[in-house]
Design a protein around this ligand. Structure first.
Ligand code: 5GP
Length: 189
């Protein structure tokens, strides 16, 4: 997606350890016009798939996910990182965070994810695929079906994308980062 790639090259910053900072337009300050274009592209790529629910993980996945849900007029569920005391009937799984270097639980109420759901998972980044694996586990626990996964940015030098595609999952990434070596952003053409 050209406009996204140009924006990453213009405003993205590298941090040591293979982390791309996009907090001026995606995951702190957000550009809603870019976010709408991102959602339009996801809708185009997954057209023809029968989806009835968008799922993401808080917090950074919520913006692109809700834009997709808005365009498709579908409900959007975000997996929560803290189990709310007011919620029972929860599905829970553990996810290892690459950026924070520790594991945390994510949970979804059975009220909002069940056997009738055909899920499109949307997130900001795909790195090692741990968040995606957690969502796969929640979808399986719910008896729902995963239709595909859409990521705003995939870091191809980590291997979540290969792992998910090898599992037969349809993965669509709008910008693929080949390398952040020497703090230089290299994006796949
Ligand atoms: P994974 O679970 O695929 O290893 O990592 C995905 C999650 O880690 C994303 O939801 C995102 O929040 C975070 N993440 C991974 N790599 C990066 C990165 O380079 N930059 C930022 N800002 N977040 C990242």
């Amino acid at each position: 997606m050209k406009v996204l790639k140009e924006r990453i090259l213009r405003d993205g910053r590298c941090l040591p350890g293979g982390i791309l900072k996009v907090d001026s337009f995606i995951n702190h300050q957000m550009d809603p016009v870019l976010m709408k274009s991102i959602a339009v592209e996801f809708v185009r790529r997954f057209a023809g798939e029968h989806v009835n629910k968008i799922v993401t993980v808080e917090a950074s996945g919520i913006a692109p996910a809700i834009m997709v849900g808005y365009l498709l007029e579908l409900p959007v569920v975000f997996a929560k990182k803290k189990k709310p005391s007011t919620m029972d009937n929860m599905l829970v799984t553990s996810v290892f965070s690459f950026t924070k270097n520790h594991s945390y639980d994510v949970c979804v109420s059975r009220d909002f994810l069940g056997p009738d759901d055909r899920v499109l998972f949307i997130d900001d980044f795909l790195a090692n695929g741990n968040a995606a694996r957690g969502i796969l586990d929640l979808v399986a626990q719910a008896g729902a079906e995963l239709v595909g996964m859409g990521f705003v940015i995939e870091k191809a030098f980590q291997h979540g994308g290969n792992m998910l595609r090898d599992m037969g999952i349809r993965v669509e990434s709008l910008a693929v980062i080949e390398s952040l070596d020497d703090c230089k952003i290299v994006i796949r053409e």
